[in-house]
Design a protein around this ligand. Structure first.
Ligand code: FAD
Ligand code: FES
Length: 252
């Protein structure tokens, strides 16, 4: 069931010059959310804006989202004052299947770092074997990182120079491993093809432009390979049927 909450912004940190990290009070969302899900957050614009859940703290009754400024809505939310109240719809969509194996490779590109962070924290708390590969444009965008992670930058001014594929190519794959990836479509396509080449299952998350976030308006549809013979494709709603899909399920 979709629920809307009035939530207090408890804390706002700036992770980079244009990326904020908000701690939002809502015990219900913190308790119900699973990695890969997102929330729709109100601002003064007509439509709410979707953001992946980056972390939860069930004992504090809070969750986090990371917001990179790209336009008016994200700019407003990234500079919101602590103590402000926002309306939040969520948690929305379907998350990653984290029971798929005991070993995971998590790959983020850009703001994909946020939903992937939640997957990392959850898998580690379950004692699973997790390797994190983070791809950023350049050093100024690097956030939510750790010395334990493999980091790549296109500019080569931090970590390995190149895309996250350069990071993935350094890995030795052992046993039954699942890949989860969130980032721009060309990046997820490259990661999905890399995983297929190694015979690994790969999940991707589609961050289409959205409006309602709950499957009604059809703004977010993408094409899925049809199961019925003779039909080239069918449409799926990324907000309701996704945003997480198995690589190869949706047409990128
Ligand atoms: C499921 C989902 C999860 C997301 N998670 C995060 C997150 O964790 N952190 C984060 O910073 N952003 C995330 N986004 C993207 C975020 O929702 C958009 O950046 C935001 O809605 C833009 O609003 P705006 O008013 O600032 O920009 P607008 O004025 O609406 O648009 C400004 C520019 O951003 C582009 N844009 C808008 N929405 C998207 C989108 N969905 N994908 C790519 N480009 C877009 C527009 O084409 C335009 O060029 C997510 C999107 C989805 C659908
Ligand atoms: S955003 Fe409305 S159906 Fe997906």
């Amino acid at each position: 069931m979709n629920r809307e909450y009035s939530c207090k912004i408890l804390k706002r940190d700036m992770l980079t010059s244009d990326t904020a990290y908000l701690t939002i009070e809502c015990a219900d969302i913190a308790n119900r959310a699973v990695p890969g899900q997102f929330v729709n957050v109100s601002c003064s614009r007509f439509l709410k804006r979707p953001f992946g859940i980056a972390s939860v703290d069930t004992s504090a009754g809070t969750f986090n989202i990371g917001i990179k400024v790209v336009g008016a809505g994200s700019s407003e939310l990234a500079s919101i004052e602590e103590g402000s109240i926002v309306n939040v719809l969520g948690p929305l969509g379907n998350g990653f299947d984290l029971s798929a194996s005991d070993s995971f490779i998590l790959v983020s590109g850009g703001t994909g770092v946020f939903p992937i962070n939640f997957a990392y924290e959850t898998l580690r708390s379950k004692g699973k074997n997790v390797t994190m590969v983070q791809g950023f444009r350049d050093k100024s965008q690097v956030c939510l990182t750790s010395d334990e992670y493999i980091v790549t930058t296109d500019a080569g001014d931090y970590g390995i120079k190149g895309t996250c594929i350069a990071g993935l190519d350094t890995l030795k794959i052992e046993g039954n491993t699942t890949v989860c990836c969130v980032g721009p479509v060309p990046m997820m396509k490259a990661v999905g093809n890399w995983a297929s080449g190694k015979g690994l299952k790969c999940y991707i998350s589609m961050e289409q432009r959205m409006a309602c976030g709950i499957g009604i308006c059809l703004v977010c549809v993408c094409k899925k390979k049809a199961e019925e013979e003779g039909i080239p494709f069918e449409h799926v709603r990324c907000c309701k049927d996704g945003p997480v899909f198995e690589f190869g399920e949706v047409i990128l």
